[in-house]
Structures are given as C-alpha cells and as structure tokens.
Design a protein. Structure first.
Length: 554
C-alpha cells in the first residue's frame, strides 16, 4: 500500500483501531473542551463493553445500527463498536428534519439506534420500523422502556466469550444518507476499505503526528469530518476535542484559546464569515485604508499582518485548516494565501469516502483549484470541451462506494466500468491541478450556447457586505438572482428603524439595483443578471448548509 502504511495488510476499521491502541495506548484521544479526556486504552475498553451490549441484544454482523447525535467522544465509541464485528453504522446528520430521520431509520432497517438526549424525542415518535432497542449515547445506557426512560445497566456484565466475527475489508461499514440539493436522499454504502484507504491517502496532503490536536466542529455524520477529522487522527495517535455547544463565533474563540488546536476542518461559510465580519471591515472602513488596500504590494503586507492575527485567534498553533463541503470564495482564498494562513482546499463526495483531490502543504497554491488528486485516486475529465478542457469529473479509486442502498438502477447510472461519475464539471490544468466549474445539474445554457455556472456568479454577489446568501436562477430565459440580505446591517446603513415601511422597501430596492449594476460590471455579457429579487426569509438549506435549489425553481 502507501508509505507510511506499507505494513498494514488489513484495511478494516477494527484493524486500524487495534493498531492505534497498541501504539498509543495511554495517550489521550477523545474529549470535550475543558473536560477529562478518554485515552486510547479507555476507548478500547468502552468499545469492547458496547460490543457486548450490542451482541447480547441480538445485533449481528451485517445488521444496521443508526447513530443520531451531536459530536461527543461516545459518538466514536458507538461508531467503532458497531463496525468492529461487522455491523453497519448509519450516521445521521443531527440537523436532518425529524421526518427525514425517521425515513432513514425505516429505509436502512436499523435494528438499534444510538441517540443523544437532545434528539430522543425524534426517536420516541418513530413508528413502523425494524428498530428493537435504543441506546442513550450521552451515558452509553440502554433505554429499556421508551415511555418512561428507564435504563438497564450501563454495560452487559455476563457474556459468553465467543470469538467475534471479523469484517472483511470489502464489507459495508457505513451507510450514509446524503443531504442533496435536489430533494432526493440516497443511502451511500461505504466499505471498510473505502474509509480506511481514503484516510490513508491524505498523508501527502498534511503530516499528522501524535502530538497534534484536532478541534472538531463539523458534524461527525458528515463524511469529511468522519474520515479526515476522526479516522485520520486516530490512525496517527492524535487527540480530538469536541465542542458541545453550537459553534457561534464566541464559542469558537473560547475553544480556540482553551484547546489551541493544530488542526481542524471547516466548511467555507465559517472562514468566509470571519473574513467578511472581522477582517474586511478593517481594510475598507475608511477612505485611506481602501486606497492603501487597493495597492497590490501594500495589500499583501496588510494581509500578512492580518494572517498572523488570524492564527493567534485560532490559538496560535494551527498548522492545518482543511476546507471542504462547498466552493470557497476566490476573494477569501486570495486573502488566505497572501496571509500565509495554513489552509488546504479539498474536494470530494460522500460517494468517494469523501476525498478525491486536495491541496498539499508546501506545494504551490492555485487560487480556485481544489488541488491535486489524492494518492491512489485517479481523476479524469470525461468528454472535455475542446475550447476550455471542461467536462464531467470522473474518478476511480479504492475509496469509491459499493453503491446506493436498495437502488441498483441509480448505482449503475453513476458507476460505469469502475469509474464514478461525479456530476460535477471541471478541468485539469497543465500541472495536474483540478478546478471545479459547478454541478452539471445547475448549469444554465446562455443565449449563444455558453455554459453559465451559477455558483461562480453567486461567489461574486456574496462578497457584498450586506449579502448573506444568493441564488442565481433562470426565469423566462433571463438570469435573476435571489438575494438574502443582512437586515441588521441594512438597518445600520439606512437607519431603517426610524423609517416608514414603504420607504425602507424602496431604499432596499434601490440598493439591490445599484448592487446589480456593480456586479454586472464584473461579469461577461452572457452572465449578466437581469433582475435582483429580495429573498426576505432565509433560504432553506441542507444540513451541510447548501441551498436547496429545487425549491426555488419556478
């Protein structure tokens, strides 16, 4: 296999866990902020005890066990316990609507559910399922009676010492339900080998050491956080710290100061908010600063100073900040690069466990690129456009899923000849760097047959300080943009709290029209927006914070 893993012959999660326990036994591995950590040895003890409880209650190899919880150390205990003897873990994003959660549990035929106190009511209301019992994750206790929440003993005390079945690396380990923007949630079957090899493939992107500390803020049910934020650090003997509160700016700042993480993962939204709310105003707050910031060599100096302060904000030790899950604004990325902030942009999908490509620490940065293909991952562009090299991104690797659960037809649509068809459009440059243009399903065909990528226009619109979100659509053969504004900022700009409602609406309409004209000056003629529409209510989003586009197509 890959250096430094050439001695690993068994690509299963229990094999990985056993190796790490042997190498790092007394070292800390899992904790919440400012709480006593669990060591690798204690993780193993808890996993083995939980296996006994699962087996005693009839869970066998191949059975599905759902996991619905916010991030916590026991999330990892449940994950490794179920997969240790060949069970299939079904992680559920905690932000899923209760109806979606209940559908997933029924569709997956989960025999049991791990659930935190916060989400217990959703499980209580579940009807017509295959579920036999529920385990409360906060304390690793089994709920014996759902009506009055009586608990049985923490762990099974008597268990015959039969040898546990061993999963094969090609057995399904996890069943993950996507939170797509098209309205259809699919069950993605990932094998042990899918997950373990994907975590291993990251070794050329970032050097992970036993002394590293990961701060986990993305949901563990998100494949990016699970593979890169849990499996990868455990593989290397690092420790992981979880935040048990909603990661608001104040909560994060306190956590950074306490934990002083060396590594963490994020979606673009978090770093973009920091840039827009904390950094950009300092450079645009006065005429003199705007003038200075417009001069390239001075801008680079200012960005470098800001970068040092940003690293201090993150606790002063951050050496790897992985960004994935959505496209990063090119304006924000340009700042991060000039600020010498240690970021890496990655690209992947749940179906690919998830990483397909990613930046590499120490390699040249190309703004807008998602980096080079991961080690062991092949990437090609299918039917590239002769003019610009763009086409559908397809990939082949040991990390490509087994298929969609109970859906052979859709599986055959996306896996052909061993290649996974991502549905994303992009190109590979002369140095092998991958660039994503957009989703093929979102492409709008221009008046002259041009491909228009709404995501690229939205990135430009979202740079405006008063814009929280935007959505570019085609209506009546014209491009329009729905704009959700930051109404607190609008109130400050217009002093709107003292104005009649009709005057406020007119000022907002004028503001949007001026913004449209300014945005169009930056766009090619065939991508110009004909109309800005005020989106008063926040956009409906998936649990991974992507707008559900299908809800707004007329």
């Amino acid at each position: 296999m890959l250096y430094p893993y050439e001695n690993i012959k068994d690509f299963t999660l229990p094999s990985l866990l056993k190796r790490s326990i042997k190498l790092y036994g007394s070292k800390k591995v899992l904790s919440k902020v400012d709480q006593e950590p669990m060591t690798y040895e204690q993780l193993n003890e808890n996993v083995q005890s939980m296996i006994k409880l699962l087996k005693q209650n009839g869970v066998r190899k191949g059975d599905k066990v759902a996991l619905l919880s916010e991030n916590m150390p026991n999330w990892a205990v449940a994950y490794f316990a179920v997969t240790y003897f060949g069970g299939v873990i079904v992680p559920i994003l905690p932000d899923f609507h209760p109806a979606d959660v209940q559908h997933i549990i029924r569709h997956s035929e989960a025999k049991a559910v791990f659930v935190s106190q916060k989400h217990l009511q959703t499980i209580e209301e579940l009807e017509n399922s295959n579920m036999k019992f529920v385990i409360k994750l906060d304390a690793l206790t089994m709920i014996d009676d759902m009506t009055n929440h009586s608990y049985i003993s923490k762990f099974a005390q008597k268990m015959t010492s039969k040898e546990l079945p061993k999963p094969h690396e090609d057995d399904i380990a996890a069943l993950l339900y996507t939170s797509g923007t098209t309205g259809h949630s699919k069950g993605v079957m990932l094998s042990h080998k899918n997950l373990v090899t994907n975590a291993m493939s990251a070794y050329k992107n970032v050097t992970v050491l036993p002394e590293d500390t990961f701060l986990s803020i993305l949901p563990l049910a998100h494949t990016f956080e699970c593979t890169v934020g849990m499996i990868l650090p455990i593989l290397h003997g690092s420790d992981i710290v979880y935040i048990d509160k909603v990661p608001t700016p104040n909560v994060l700042i306190k956590a950074f100061a306490s934990v002083k993480p060396t590594m963490m993962l994020s979606v673009p939204l978090i770093i973009e908010k920091i840039y827009k709310n904390k950094i950009l105003p300092k450079f645009t707050g006065s005429l003199i600063m705007r003038m200075l910031y417009s001069i390239p060599f001075i801008r680079k100096i200012l960005n470098k100073i800001a970068g040092k302060k940003l690293i201090e904000t993150f606790g002063g030790k951050i050496k790897f900040f992985g960004i994935g899950g959505a496209a990063l604004s090119p304006y924000v990325e340009k700042f991060l690069a000039e600020a010498e902030f240690p970021y890496i942009v990655g690209y992947g999908l749940t179906e690919t466990s998830p990483l397909i490509a990613g930046g590499r620490i120490g390699y040249p940065i190309k703004i807008g690129s998602t980096g080079l293909p991961m080690v062991g991952v092949e990437v090609q562009i299918k039917d590239p456009n002769p003019a610009n090299g763009e086409g559908e991104i397809i990939t082949k690797s040991p990390s490509v899923m087994l298929g969609y659960y109970k859906d052979e037809e859709q599986t055959k649509e996306v896996i052909k000849g061993g290649w996974f068809y991502t549905g994303d459009l992009g190109y590979i440059d002369e140095d092998g760097y991958l660039f994503i243009s957009g989703r093929s399903k979102n492409v709008i065909i221009g008046p002259g047959g041009e491909n228009i990528y709404p995501e690229q226009i939205e990135a430009i619109i979202n740079q405006n300080e008063a814009v929280l979100d935007s959505l570019v659509l085609e209506q009546d053969a014209k491009l329009v943009a729905r704009i959700h504004l930051d109404y607190e900022l609008i109130d400050k700009i217009f002093k709107a709290h003292n104005m009649p409602e009709n005057e406020v609406r007119q000022k907002i309409a004028d503001y949007l029209e001026n913004m449209r004209v300014e945005i169009n000056s930056q766009l090619a003629s065939f991508t110009k927006i004909q109309k800005f529409i005020e989106q008063i209510e926040p956009f409906v989003k998936t649990p991974t914070k992507k707008i559900k586009r299908y809800l707004y197509i007329e």
